[in-house]
Design a protein around this ligand. Structure first.
Ligand SMILES: [Ca+2]
Length: 129
């Protein structure tokens, strides 16, 4: 192995280590969708309407990391149903900055907030707590 090739491999290894240890920023997508199956594996999805947008395709916010304020995505106080298709526990808070009362969803868990006092209240989302 020549010196240049060794150096290249070392840099690649270091980048790999840094990528593994630095928390990834949240990947957040907003799209129109309907049904629990609209939520991709690895994501938590907040639906604009109850029944996972049972009335027809509507906004779905898909995220795989913490969101301090859903207002960043024009989705504050909007979620009416939630799907956790990630492999982590997630807490959805009534207030921004992970404050206020929260609901907890375990991996695979779903919740329809129709008729709940938490309907149209979610303001922040945090994983793994
Ligand atoms: Ca709503």
């Amino acid at each position: 192995m020549n010196r240049l090739r060794y150096a290249t491999l070392t840099v690649a290894t270091l980048v790999g280590v840094l990528a593994a240890t630095t928390p990834a920023s949240a990947d957040v997508n907003i799209q129109m969708g309907q049904g629990q199956e609209a939520c991709r594996a690895g994501y938590v999805c907040l639906y604009d309407n109850y029944g996972y947008n049972s009335g027809g395709p509507a906004r779905v916010v898909m995220l795989n990391g913490d969101v301090r304020h859903l207002d960043y995505y024009c989705f504050n106080d909007a979620a009416s149903s939630i799907v956790n298709h990630s492999d982590r526990v997630v807490r959805v808070y009534r207030d921004y900055d992970y404050k206020g009362t929260a609901i907890t969803l375990f991996p695979g868990e779903v919740i329809d907030l129709n008729g709940s006092s938490f309907n149209d209240q979610a303001s922040s989302v945090r994983f793994g707590v």
